[in-house]
Design a protein around this ligand. Structure first.
Ligand code: GDP
Ligand code: MN
Length: 397
């Protein structure tokens, strides 16, 4: 789960990470009021969307007085901001962060992320900050330095010091930098983050070390431990299908294609996405319905997949171990009842491959049902080929 920059900064402030003074504004009046309270020489007006690259897209403005704050707030609120991270449709700005401006001397990059290879949290830093870290990684990888953190010990002070020197921070800022690193790591662990990124981390003309931007992502599986974080969810920033699925406890990721798939088990779901690609199809989604599929859950999953007309065909690929094939089959019949007016048809072809517990009963339910356009497949390979063919045929028609 993602949250906004102003929310991340509030959390970081609570853990002793140095961030600029400031707060959110949802209207022009609020923005001006915030700026008035801050009373800074320069006020930064920042668009709050769940995407970076705002600076280059005109979403970060420096105001010299309250009139300028008003003008920039007016300009940004309601504007659709297109950055290299939003996709071509962009995102509508509904919130602003109003904060005291900093006199930047130099911009650095600092982040914590889970490294799957070593199964550790890694701290990454670069003296090339404020720019895309992907660009630095591609063009000058030697400028990215890392420290792997032992989970039993945590971020050791000597590692933070070594990192600060490797990133070439000025001597007089080292203590502030290491303190910030340790506090940021503490936040990362305490809040079950999957990413904590400060870009840029700056040294000011006054030699203060400040987190000028902040991005925290959270591990969804840990959210139940953090109702405070959960309450920060901004549903307007999320994919509506993914949101609906997550409320039902379904693992759904929109992949943008037109062949939807409903699978049980993450491994089989990935294999299914692969095999659809293999036969020239474009998967619409990854969907793991899990091991306890009830007909209601299956029906909900169908509705999500069919929502907004994205799917031109559905491939159901179930290996019934804990799942029972007859319940899945019943779910498909129920889905047709809910989705269609007559209870007999689904709007797109559905290819079903069932194998495992109660498979005969499942196949019988589908055979006996009045639902048209459901095709049984004998194998996963045959089913994938069939649905891709049907979807392609459909788009040619
Ligand atoms: P992003 O482009 O979405 O990552 O937004 P950032 O918060 O990183 O801001 C982009 C850039 O705006 C930063 O790299 C800075 O150069 C600039 N910026 C942000 N805050 C300030 C500030 O207080 N003072 C000055 N002078 N520049 C700032
Ligand atoms: Mn940034």
């Amino acid at each position: 789960m993602n949250i906004h920059e102003y929310q991340s900064k509030a959390i970081l402030r609570g853990y002793g990470v140095n961030v600029p003074d400031g707060g959110a504004a949802f209207s022009v009046e609020e923005a001006v009021k915030q700026a008035q309270t801050l009373g800074a020489d320069v006020t930064v007006v920042k668009a709050q969307i769940h995407a970076g690259g705002r600076g280059k897209a005109g979403g970060v403005k420096l105001a010299k007085n309250l009139d300028e704050v008003r003008q920039y707030a007016q300009e940004l609120l309601g504007k659709t901001l297109v950055t290299h991270q939003t996709g071509p449709d962009g995102k509508v700005v509904k919130r602003l962060l109003i904060e005291a401006g900093s006199n930047i001397k130099k911009e650095y990059y600092l982040s914590f992320v889970v490294d799957r290879q070593t199964a550790r949290v890694v701290m990454m830093g670069s003296e090339e900050g404020g720019v895309d870290i992907e660009k630095v990684a591609a063009e000058s990888p030697e400028k990215i330095v890392k420290e792997y953190i032992d989970p039993a010990i945590g971020l050791a002070p000597f590692q933070a010091t070594r990192m600060a020197y490797k990133m070439h921070f000025p001597k007089e800022t080292i203590r502030q930098v290491t303190k910030l690193m340790i506090n940021l790591h503490h936040t990362f662990v305490k809040k079950d983050c999957s990413l904590a990124e400060i870009n840029p981390l700056v040294v000011t003309q006054e030699n203060d070390v400040v987190a000028l931007d902040a991005k925290l992502n959270f591990d969804d599986s840990g959210l139940y431990r953090h109702p405070d974080i959960e309450s920060l969810r901004d549903e307007a920033e999320e994919d509506p299908k993914e949101l609906r699925a997550s409320k039902l406890g379904l693992n759904y990721v929109n992949l943008g294609g037109n062949v939807a798939c409903m699978v049980n088990g993450a491994g089989l779901a990935m294999a299914t996405v692969d095999i659809l690609k293999h036969f020239g199809g474009e998967p619409a989604n990854f969907l793991d319905v899990g091991g306890d599929s009830t007909p209601e859950k299956i029906a909900e999953a169908f509705q999500i997949m069919l929502d907004s007309g994205q799917a031109k065909g559905i491939f159901v690929n179930i290996f019934g171990g804990i799942n029972k094939c007859d319940l899945v089959a019943q779910g498909i019949v129920d889905a047709a009842k809910i989705i269609s007016q007559d209870g007999k048809s689904l709007p797109v072809p559905v290819v079903v491959r069932l194998e495992g517990t109660n498979v005969e009963r499942g196949r019988q339910i589908l055979k006996d049902s009045p639902v048209a356009n459901v095709i049984m497949a004998e194998t996963m390979e045959g089913g994938a080929e069939e649905i891709v063919r049907l979807v392609k045929g459909d788009s040619h028609a």
